[in-house]
Design a protein around this ligand. Structure first.
Ligand code: GLN
Length: 540
């Protein structure tokens, strides 16, 4: 399946792909979802969250587009490096081959070399599934996406009849002055796509008002698709209501039909019905503050936001997330109690760079002293260690070498660590792209710790994305000050979890648990953190 978008960006192609994957799974099929990004960055790892939203990290250590997070959250299928490719990576591969002389003197061109590379990426490593869903980023008509659409055209021809389906997502805007929904942008977009040799089989029409029958027929007529294959897509109350909504509109049935497959049995959607029920009928609300840096852009913390929602699903409560800019605490200390007192739990998420660090440390101190549940993720764990070092261990100059040289490097650059492929080494001043400790690593939990109780085991696999680590030389001083290391890398060299046994719920983790949380399997740390927030809400 190839999913393209037209008219405007941000129409929810990623959610459509993810929801369709979930619906096909509910019919008993195995799926793999892939994303093609037409930009020239090799991966989104070096892009600012403001440009691109969150960077989603896979088990095998790839820094990918945030849509892969949706794919995992909806299907539960772990994504891989091979599930996201950018034009930059395609060109990098081709130019490396060209320099090696692999093309034997041929002129290297967009067709066939770039399109062949795209086609290879689309189909590679998919023998174990029934369907591959490929989302093409960008909008039809962009210069950058042309080679991708051309590759889709060729691949559909190579695969043969009935072996691929083209789904095009468009917008049907409502013009208030005329009181009408307009189908013309959709017609133009389909014409543009068809002029590139790709005729859609299914049209998904995003609209803010129900699509009247006359408009539906008109779109079918002008765009050369069956009326039933024009799927209206109204805004949903929650992203987790999207699979059920698309099912009601007949999306999965139309896709199955377009492949020429028998309708089969009704999909089993109980899991989604239960999730939507829990979201619609919460038994209470908790307020969680996220003290961070990119708080102006919700997409920068996509997986984190979803994991908090999942924690709410696990506890049947609504989670009201307050996004707080850490810098507000730096200007005026009175802001700390003013903003943090109304909260039932505080979270400091992952981050890079010094800006806002002092504000985060102030928030962590508040959580520790006032006994408010605290979860520190990656940077949030590192700053929790700095906070304890400074305020309880008698090290007022404690800091991270990420911010420059410091006499008390409680957090320091990772120099070497063991990965599946051997010893990894890093040096000061190295490349920024793809040089972090990335992807899933094992950690061993201390028996009897809160972390072990939450996970219900003493061996975990979690995903990482960091360049700095808590310095073990400070372990005994941190532990004497009440902050205990309860998770370690298997070789005992990298601290993975710290916790405060003297506090109702205070945990810092070096990894990103939010990347592995799913609505139907909330991550244990988030389920427990929200449970602690519920207890806190009964106290205040
Ligand atoms: N900047 C910190 C590091 O590189 C934290 C990274 C993160 O929070 N993901 O270790």
């Amino acid at each position: 399946m190839f999913i393209t978008g037209g008219v405007v960006s941000s129409l929810g192609k990623g959610l459509l792909a993810a929801a369709l994957g979930a619906l096909l799974q509910a019919r008993g099929y195995r799926v793999r979802l892939r994303k093609f990004d037409p930009y020239l960055n090799v991966d989104p790892g070096t892009m600012s969250p403001y440009q691109h939203g969150e960077v989603y990290v896979t088990d095998d250590g790839a820094e990918t587009d945030l849509d892969l997070g949706h794919y995992e959250r909806f299907t539960g299928v772990p994504t891989r490096r091979s599930d996201n490719v950018t034009a930059g990576r395609i060109y990098q591969t081709i130019i490396t081959r060209e320099r090696r002389g692999d093309y034997l003197g041929a002129t290297v061109q967009v067709i066939p070399h770039v399109t062949d590379a795209i086609k290879a990426f689309a189909t590679e490593g998919t023998d174990d599934v029934d369907f591959v869903i490929c989302e093409i980023g960008g909008t039809v008509g962009d210069i950058e996406s042309l080679p991708f659409i051309e590759a889709v055209r060729q691949l559909r021809n190579d695969l043969g009849r009935g072996m691929s389906v083209s789904i095009h997502v468009t917008l049907v805007p409502f013009i208030a002055a005329a009181g009408e929904l307009k189908t013309k942008p959709t017609q133009h977009s389909v014409r543009e796509l068809a002029s590139l040799g790709v005729q859609p089989d299914v049209l998904v029409c995003r609209c803010e008002h129900p699509l009247p029958e006359a408009e539906r027929r008109k779109i079918a007529l002008f765009c050369n698709v069956a009326r039933e294959a024009v799927i209206p897509a109204l805004d949903a109350p929650s992203i987790y209501a999207v699979p059920l909504q698309y099912h009601r509109e007949g999306l999965d049935a139309q896709v199955i039909h377009a492949f020429g497959l028998p309708p089969g049995r009704e999909p089993d959607l109980d899991r989604w019905i239960d999730i939507v029920d829990r979201l619609k009928h919460p038994e209470g609300t908790v307020t969680v503050g996220v003290v961070g840096k990119y708080v102006g852009l919700p997409d920068a913390y996509k997986s984190l936001n979803e994991a908090l929602v999942h924690g709410g699903i696990a506890n049947r409560v609504r989670v009201d997330v307050r996004w707080i800019d850490a810098e507000v605490f730096e200007g005026d200390p009175a802001e700390v109690p003013a903003r943090l007192e109304p909260l039932h739990a505080i979270l400091v998420p992952g981050a890079f760079g010094e800006r806002g660090a002092e504000g985060k440390i102030a928030a962590i101190r508040f959580a520790r002293e006032r006994r408010v549940p605290y979860l520190g993720i990656c940077f949030g764990m590192q700053m929790a260690c700095v906070e304890t070092a400074r305020n309880l261990a008698g090290l007022p100059e404690a800091s991270s070498t990420e911010f420059g040289p410091t006499p008390e490097p409680v957090v320091g650059l990772l120099h070497e660590w063991r990965s599946e492929t051997g010893l990894e080494q890093r040096h000061e001043g190295g490349d920024l792209g793809g040089t972090m400790r990335l992807g899933a690593y094992r950690a061993i939990l201390a028996p009897g710790s809160r972390a072990a109780a939450i996970y219900g085991c003493t061996e975990i696999w979690e995903r990482h994305r960091h360049r700095y680590e808590v310095n073990l030389a400070y372990r005994s001083r941190l532990e004497a000050a009440g902050l205990v290391v309860t998770g370690m890398s298997p070789d005992g060299r990298l601290p993975e979890i710290v916790e405060r046994p003297d506090h109702p719920w205070f945990i810092g983790v070096q990894f990103h648990p939010e990347l592995k949380s799913r609505p139907f399997a909330p991550h244990p740390l988030f389920a427990s953190f929200i449970e602690a927030a519920v207890r806190q809400s009964r106290l205040v």
